[in-house]
Design a binder for this molecule. Structure first.
Ligand code: URP
Ligand code: ZN
Ligand code: ZN
Length: 490
């Protein structure tokens, strides 16, 4: 009898730190051995000429969620989104279970379980979105959910339906600190967006391109600065998500230089799109409306720099897909004003090929940075490491076997989502995954999906050390210097 179910031979096995040519023995869905001459197995995969990388972990995507603008449902369900993800080399996803104001967080999670369980083809967990931080939610529901493995959540500083004010943010941050959860923040100044939008609309500037004007760089950096200051005050780590521009990035860099546990995320749209994409014929620009919006070439260069110099720890898709029809981007008609267009772009399948081709292939980042940004750091930040995000004995055998030489022109018709278009149509990308494995199962081979709906597993997550407070209390919160007042519970 073979010791292993599968052996992968002759590939270059690359992790966030190492690159070695060795064989991988897989048993019961996990990596059981790394070495030479591992013997025989029920199945052998010849990987000569290929790179064997950890499967990607997409730490930010929206699946079966309603948009904050227009209340429109995402184009992809858990089947099409996870199918699309795995074809692009991603083997775990973390979308969001959103709380609707006035409802319970637990109820949102239960609803997501019923949606994801029967449909996902790869493993998944959820971040929570907190929109209604009542005493009951923060005092009881949230701690119980964190203990159940929902160890991260997102809060919004904009969107009428989602935003928290500073007081609410402070309450949420204090609760995250007490219970060790990772806080993700959508940082844009709500009033600046409102002010600019109403001025634009009053003067008749309605086209999709004005979405890019209405969400200013300063509005993003002001909110980023404020969020970081609130986090510093409460002494809680924080991840600023979907950073679009140098101004916000500088705030993050500065906080990191001061030793704060502030993390940064960026996404493909900020490397490969610009505001000019929103200025396409007719309503076509609606396809590119997301928040924050894509900026310009200089911003793209700055974001590349932030990926290379370590300001960003994670590179996520922020896949938030809406069809270009009345069920999605055009819900308000074929000539919508920029305030009526659901925000978000698709990207779950191309996240890795885009960064591999244009980052690793063009020498902007190295392969280890690529793996850190797309898998290892994501797993670490969100309490999935070392089960996910790396290649090590004991880790799940979630692997993407890449052919670094194969070149393909991006066509939506070759992708596996249910969106109807891709913002990256026509780009030539070099380096694609050819075999993808999820817990030792071949999930994609020869361009075919080999796993069935409902075979993905829910991932309860651990607390992350990245979410542990520094222990650097602001003097006003430190009983040693505030006349003995105990304000934080932990
Ligand atoms: O425009 C975007 N990013 N839509 C998705 C929702 C969000 O804020 O991440
Ligand atoms: Zn957001
Ligand atoms: Zn998002």
């Amino acid at each position: 009898m073979s010791v292993f179910d599968t052996i992968i031979t002759g590939g270059r096995v690359v992790t966030a730190t190492d690159s070695v040519t060795c064989d991988i023995g897989i048993r019961d869905g996990r990596i059981a051995a790394l070495g030479a001459d591992l013997g025989s197995a029920a199945r052998t995969i010849e990987a000569g000429g290929l790179m064997v990388l950890p499967g990607g972990v997409d730490g930010h995507c929206h699946i079966e969620q309603k948009s904050a603008v227009g209340s429109v449902m995402n184009a992809d369900d858990f089947y099409t989104a996870t199918r699309s993800a795995v074809f692009g080399g991603t083997t775990s996803v973390l979308p969001f279970a959103a709380q609707y104001k006035g409802t319970s967080l637990r109820k949102s999670v239960e609803e997501y379980h019923t949606l994801a369980g029967p449909k996902a083809v790869i493993d998944y967990g959820y971040h929570l979105i907190i929109t209604d931080p009542t005493d009951q939610v923060l005092g009881q529901e949230l701690p119980a959910l964190i203990a159940d493995g929902f160890t991260s959540f997102k809060i919004y500083m904009t969107y009428d339906a989602l935003r928290l004010d500073d007081m609410q943010m402070l309450n949420v941050l204090a609760s995250a600190r007490s219970h060790g959860a990772m806080v993700m923040v959508h940082a844009e100044n709500h009033e600046m967006i409102k002010w600019l939008s109403s001025r634009l609309l009053d003067k008749g500037y309605q086209a999709p391109k004005y979405h890019a004007v209405s969400h200013s760089r300063i509005g993003e950096s002001e909110a980023t600065h404020r969020a970081i200051k609130l986090a510093e005050f409460i002494d809680v780590p924080m991840l600023i998500v979907h950073v679009s521009a140098e101004e916000a990035m500088r705030e993050i860099r500065q906080a990191q230089s001061a030793g704060l546990k502030i993390y940064g995320e960026t996404c493909p749209q900020y490397l490969f799109l610009t505001a000019a994409d929103l200025d396409r014929e007719g309503a076509e620009g609606a396809k590119f409306c997301c928040s924050p919006p894509p900026r310009d070439k200089a911003a793209q260069e700055a974001i590349w720099c932030g990926l290379a110099n370590g300001t960003f720890q994670v590179f996520s898709s922020d896949h938030a897909p809406y069809r270009f029809d009345e069920t999605g981007k055009l819900k308000a008609g074929t000539n919508p004003s920029f305030k009526q267009i659901a925000n978000g772009v698709p990207g779950i399948e191309l996240r890795l090929p885009l960064l591999f081709s244009e980052g690793v292939g063009k020498g902007r980042i190295d392969i280890h940075q690529f793996i850190s940004l797309t898998a290892t750091n994501v797993a670490k930040l969100y309490g999935l490491h070392p089960r996910k995000g790396t290649i090590a004995v004991g880790s799940d055998a979630d692997l993407a076997l890449w052919d670094p030489e194969v070149e393909r022109v991006v066509r939506w018709s070759d992708l596996h989502d249910d969106v109807g278009y891709t913002p990256y149509e026509g780009m030539t990308l070099k380096g694609w995954p050819v075999i993808v494995m999820s817990r030792g199962r071949i999930a994609v081979e020869n361009g075919e999906l080999m796993v069935v709906q409902g075979s993905g597993k829910f991932l309860p997550r651990e607390m992350s050390t990245a979410a542990e407070p520094l222990g650097r209390l602001a003097p006003e919160l430190d009983p040693g210097s505030n006349f003995g007042a105990h304000i934080l519970t932990r």
